[in-house]
Design a binder for this molecule. Structure first.
Ligand SMILES: *Cc1c(COP(=O)(O)O)cnc(C)c1O
Length: 397
């Protein structure tokens, strides 16, 4: 997955442009910039790549999620449906607005189960947020139908899935809003950064204002800008955007490399009769950043994960026990441990997660191992890794 593995002259050249002008800020300073508008350029390039009318860059993927929700008017007491398997940023962005994260089971796609989503909808639900974990997606058609019928927003967290697609459309561009992260370990990186994409003019207008203190960005005089509503600072800097520009130009190259390495591993593991693979919905195309597969039981998956590590097969993850990515270890959320006092809506609205039944999620994730696909592996290294994995997985009972 990580774009940092292939980092070089193209990135350096883009950053040098910014250093030469000395303008590190994305807005204003027109006379000093030598024509360099890296954030604007990256927004235009992403808009073309994602076939999405509007793109707004932010300081991180977490900021992108927060701004996306805020731009659609999500606020105190609104419920946002999110999966049990994701990154903590999902509920952080929801809670930041005083809204309520409602955790919902995953299925064999390893993200939102549409039938579980339907059951979780209440009169307070505003948004359904599928998270395309490890580069693949939920049954987005089913989720879209539910959202259309119930008048809910579909917000895709595509932070780990840039370059993937569903029914011919780029992941992130299918819902009302989509979010990307360019943090240091993502498929393309700019150090820290993120983006919101949407075809909705109002959400876009709200997003760029909200992420810059509510400034309306009308006219050339920053001091004279109006503030139609309260905002915050979630801006990206020109330095980060410059790196992102170089990396976006290499996205197709990165995805092709990932696909090649993924395919070698997958074909090898297909020889192990006990293994099945994560379900990718019809007409879905992963970005091949991870290869995720199911073992016959939780006990076997745990043994297999341990054996892989002990035999030098690195970068394989057992998410079930991971405290960043799975609900079982999120005590800070379930015990409502905030630094200050949480809004009353959140205190009253948060479900009692000690009583929630997530056995369906446990069933799938307890048996899952995901292997990170690296860009820098040579073909020999992938072949050797594949051989080793097959040997280990065939032996594990
Ligand atoms: C990385 C990530 C985020 C947050 O992105 P940051 O840029 O690190 O803030 C959100 N959701 C998912 C699924 C992620 O993997």
């Amino acid at each position: 997955m990580p774009g940092f593995e292939l980092f070089g002259d193209k990135e350096r050249k883009q950053v040098q442009d910014v250093l030469d002008s000395g303008v590190l800020m994305r807005y204003g300073f027109d006379g000093m910039r030598n024509g360099h508008w890296k954030a604007k350029e990256l927004e235009a390039a992403l808009s073309a790549k994602m076939k999405s009318k509007h793109v707004h860059l932010l300081s991180s993927g977490t900021a992108a999620l927060t701004v996306a929700l805020a731009s659609a008017g999500v606020g105190a007491g609104d419920e946002v449906i999110m999966p049990t398997f994701t990154f903590v940023a999902s509920f952080e962005s929801i809670l930041a607005l005083g809204a309520i994260p409602v955790l919902v089971d995953i299925d064999d796609t390893l993200t939102l189960d549409p039938s579980a989503v339907e059951k979780a909808i209440t009169s307070k639900t505003k948004v359904v947020m599928p998270v395309h974990m490890c580069g693949s997606m939920a049954n987005l058609e089913a989720l879209q139908q539910i959202c259309d019928q119930q008048d809910l927003l579909l917000l895709e967290d595509a932070c780990q899935a840039i370059g993937g697609s569903y029914k011919g459309k780029p992941l992130g561009s299918i819902g009302d809003l989509g979010c990307f992260s360019f943090d240091y370990v993502k498929t393309i990186t700019c150090g820290e950064g993120g983006a919101v994409i949407t075809n909705n003019e109002t959400y876009y207008q709200n997003a760029h204002k909200y992420s810059d203190h509510g400034h309306d960005h009308i006219g050339n005089d920053r001091g004279a800008e109006e503030h139609p509503f309260l905002g915050y600072n979630f801006r990206i800097s020109e330095l980060n955007a410059a790196v992102g520009l170089a990396q976006l130009n290499r996205l197709d190259e990165f995805i092709a490399l990932q696909k090649k390495n993924y395919t070698i591993l997958r074909e090898a593991l297909s020889q192990v009769p006990e293994i099945t693979f994560r379900t990718v919905p019809d007409e879905g195309e992963e970005n091949y950043s991870f290869l995720s597969f199911f073992l016959p039981s939780e006990a076997i998956a745990q043994k297999a994960h341990k054996a892989l590590g002990e035999n030098g097969v690195d970068a394989c993850f057992y998410w079930y026990n991971n405290n960043w990515h799975y609900y079982r270890k999120w005590e800070h959320l379930t015990q409502k441990k905030a630094l200050g006092k949480l809004p009353q809506e959140v205190i009253n609205g948060l479900p009692d997660y000690s009583k929630t039944d997530f056995s369906a999620s446990d069933h799938w994730l307890g048996r899952t191992i995901s292997c990170l696909i690296k860009l820098s592996w040579t073909e020999t290294e992938v072949q050797e890794r594949a051989k080793k994995m097959v040997e280990i997985l065939k032996k594990t009972r």
